[in-house]
Write a protein that binds this ligand. Structure first.
Ligand SMILES: Nc1ncnc2c1ncn2[C@@H]1O[C@H](COP(=O)(O)OP(=O)(O)O)[C@@H](O)[C@H]1O
Ligand SMILES: [Mg+2]
Length: 160
């Protein structure tokens, strides 16, 4: 199949760190596209715990496939890689308003881009990177919510 006719989907996010909810979305949408590209947003304003390089490396170890970082507008990145589909995960109503705004803004910026939403397994509906970090650094056990590789990385990190 030529690069041009390939259906490439981009799953963008901060992934700081990647958790089992993210991995569930990745597994669900992989069979739906010719290629799934996980795109790690370079955004220092969010004061990330893990560097972009660390996040990219971790995701590569866990899911293989194409993992890249990007900064700037997602729709520009989409054009650069020849992708038309954005995949996002929807947890609960709380995600809806922001996601709805982003999808419509991205469509306005680049009408070729469509956003599709995937629902995770019920077990992960409440999981977020922020909560995982908060619970872990307060001494709570996040086993089962993040892959072991991420747990090791969290344990190796001093408490912020
Ligand atoms: N537990 C979860 N289940 C399903 N989707 C999720 C979950 N946590 C996050 N997501 C989705 O994964 C994507 C990336 O999330 P995140 O890493 O928080 O990046 P962002 O900074 O773009 O919110 C978003 O579409 C988010 O809604
Ligand atoms: Mg988020």
């Amino acid at each position: 199949m030529s690069e041009l006719s390939k259906r490439i989907a981009v799953y963008p996010g901060s992934f700081d760190p990647i958790h089992n909810g993210h991995l569930d979305i990745i597994e669900r949408c992989r069979p739906l596209f010719d290629e799934l590209l996980v795109a790690v947003l370079y955004n220092e304003e969010k004061k990330p715990m893990f560097s972009v390089d660390e996040r990219v490396e971790t995701i590569r170890e866990l899911v293989g496939g194409r993992v890249e970082s990007f900064s700037g507008l997602l729709v520009d990145f989409m054009d650069r890689v020849g992708a038309r589909v954005v995949v996002r995960g929807l947890r609960a109503v709380s995600d809806f308003e922001y996601e709805f705004q982003m999808a419509l803004m991205n469509r306005r910026l680049n009408p070729r881009v469509e956003t599709v939403y995937m629902m995770p397994k019920e077990d992960y509906i409440y999981v977020s990177s922020r909560l995982v970090k908060e619970v872990h650094f307060l001494g709570g056990d996040v086993t089962g919510l993040v892959p072991d590789r991420v747990l090791e990385r969290l344990r190796a990190r001093p408490r912020p």
